[in-house]
Each structure stands twice: as C-alpha cells, then as structure tokens.
Design a binder for this molecule. Structure first.
Ligand SMILES: [Zn+2]
Length: 162
C-alpha cells in the first residue's frame, strides 16, 4: 500500500500544538480525512482521525459525551459513566494503521508533504516582496499623474512630484 496523495491545510495561527489538518489518499482509491499534524514534546507527529466516545441516555437513547451529567436531548440526569478518580479513554481512532511499519510509512509521507508545504510558503515570500514593490511603484505613478492633473487644471504645484 502507498500513500498516493497528501493534502494539507495549515492550522490557524495561535494554535498551541495543532499545526495542520491532513487528508491522504491510499493507492489512489481510498481517502482518509481529518488526520492531524501535531507538535509534540518529541517533534511533529501525526494523529489519526478520532471521535469522542459517547454513551446513550437510558431515557431517550440520545448519545451524550461520557462526561455529560444531563442528557442533551431530554435533560434527564445521566448515570456517571466515568468512575471517580479513574482515567477513561475519551476518544477512539476511526481509522488507523495496525502496525508500526504502516504507521511510520504514513507519518513519513505526511510530514514530508508538510515540510514541502512550509518550504513552498517560504519560497513564496520574495514574490510577495516583489508584489509590494510593484504596488509602491504603481502608487507613485498615480500620485505623479494626480499632481500633473492638479497642476494643469488649477495651477497647483504639489512640489517635487512632477
Ligand atoms: Zn435523554
């Protein structure tokens, strides 16, 4: 199996550890969305798409978060699903590799694509500088034209512009 496409969306600025979202295509025919690129204590890593584990309300069967004390639908008080003082898994992966080799292969592809994206963005910065210079020179031209027109129409001299 190969990762044949990686599409990355950078996380908005100001995120603490989340660096981006990612969508991969496997063998050109299977897509996995909502993969996260996270900056952990040991560098970047990839988190598989996951969902919150829910529990059904005994009254109306609506699913609520494990920590919910009242049902979102009917308002009934919910039995405690999380025993006091115990750590309970709150999320489970929706799609994930089942061995280390596959996890490494997918992570390598995603992080390489992420590096490329960052390099592309940095390479694009000089183009932005160029665009800014271009804008400044166009504005200067407009100012000169405006000064010329004022001079011709009203004899006003803005001084040094023409
Ligand atoms: Zn309910």
């Amino acid at each position: 199996m190969k990762v044949t496409d990686v599409a990355i969306q950078l996380a908005p600025q100001g995120q603490d550890r989340l660096r981006g979202f990612c969508c991969i295509t496997l063998d050109g025919c299977f897509v996995v969305r909502d993969i996260k690129i996270i900056n952990g204590p040991n560098g970047l890593f990839v988190a598989m798409p996951s969902r919150k584990i829910m529990a059904s309300c005994p009254g109306c069967r609506t699913k609520n978060h494990l920590h919910a004390r009242f049902c979102n639908q009917c308002g009934a008080q919910l039995p405690s699903m999380v025993p006091a003082g115990e750590r309970v898994k709150m999320h489970c992966d929706v799609a994930h590799p089942i061995n280390g080799d596959c996890r490494q292969m997918i992570e390598k592809e995603i992080l390489a694509a992420f590096d490329n994206l960052l390099a592309d963005l940095q390479a694009a910065i000089p183009i932005d500088h160029h665009a800014a210079d271009d804008l400044v020179s166009r504005l200067t031209t407009y100012r000169q034209k405006a000064a010329d027109l004022l001079h011709q129409a009203y004899g006003v001299d803005l001084g040094g512009e023409t």
